[in-house]
Design a protein around this ligand. Sequence first.
Ligand SMILES: *Cc1c(COP(=O)(O)O)cnc(C)c1O
Length: 396
Amino acid sequence: MTAVPNELNPSRRILLGPGPSNVHPRVLRAMATPLVGHMDPEFIELMEEVKALLRAVFQTENEMTFPVSGTGSAGMETCLVNLLEPGEEILVCINGVFGMRMAEVAKRCGATVHTIETEWGKVFEPEQVKEALSGINPAVVAVVHAETSTGACQPLKPIADLAHEAGALFLADMVTSLGGMPVELDANGVDAAYSGSQKCLSCPPGLAPVSFNEKAMAKITGRSTTVQSWYLDVTLLNQYWGSARVYHHTEPISMNYALREALRLVAEEGLEARFARHRDISAALGAGLQALGLGLISQEGHRLPMMNTVTVPEGADAALVQKRLLSDYKIEVLGGLGRLAGKSWRVGLMGHSGQIENVVVFLTALEEILTDTGALSGPMGAAGAAAKKYRETIKG
Ligand SMILES: *Cc1c(COP(=O)(O)O)cnc(C)c1O
């Protein structure tokens, strides 16, 4: 007989990667509360509360705002599979990994996919999108608001206007931006958007908030073909999350408890205060990195506060630094994705992870590791000296 594994006892981590972020104890507590059935009147009330709280953070009046059961990618798939009919055209703006993923999903929806690209770390200028739109007839124009692979923040309104002039719906990936910066769905003219629970909402991964405005819903209800995915069919999901309450699938109860509590934390802090906290913490990190002589990859003026892509300095081993941060300091950051692999570290300051003490301990650890491995030679500050002493003591 195989031995029963030990009771789960995961290490404490400071999660400063691209998600998941650290989860507030109140959210963990909510997840550990007893289940009610998914058709229980108490759960139905909770569904309504979750929808209202999500509208506030999406900054929208959209009735059709709810969490899809699945991670951020399920939100992406939900939007694309519902908004695109086979044979229709889409323009996807690609400046990182998640734009590439959107193009791939759209292709699998049977759409004719047009793409434009910019250098990774940069954002799209309206002229480039305008040019790409001439001569094509897309049903959807799609962008990534907060490109987690590069740290760039795409301005939405000018692209939304161009999409609408071209008769297309405007779709935005807000997986990383939601809850950490303004997304202003309605003011920006975003017709459909999706997000994930584990980034700036600081919930565990497992739910994908989505929002569709009336124009997007009209497109979906007016389809001439059925949506290829039964599970992600928004018309069916609307009957479950809307007033009809027709059973579709079993909603992940505990995840909804978690999301509700996470959204309550957002509401208590207040959107403006929460956005300011992300900006302030990121500025603190930036100042510290600058003091170490390290730069950021993303375009100046379009940097995300919650995702800082740090340039790996000459002489540093990106993977080794990442490994030591985790083993010696319990800090998770991840390396660059795709074409930024080995060239950057992705330092996330998302939601509950965005605390000044996390920034200070990260900078201390980074300085100590870079100095110990010979990539930095300057004299260390007080905290770095303490970290160095500690390493010498424990490593002998
Ligand atoms: C994380 C992320 C996704 C994918 O979300 P998963 O929860 O990993 O499925 C999509 N887009 C962006 C911008 C992301 O950061």
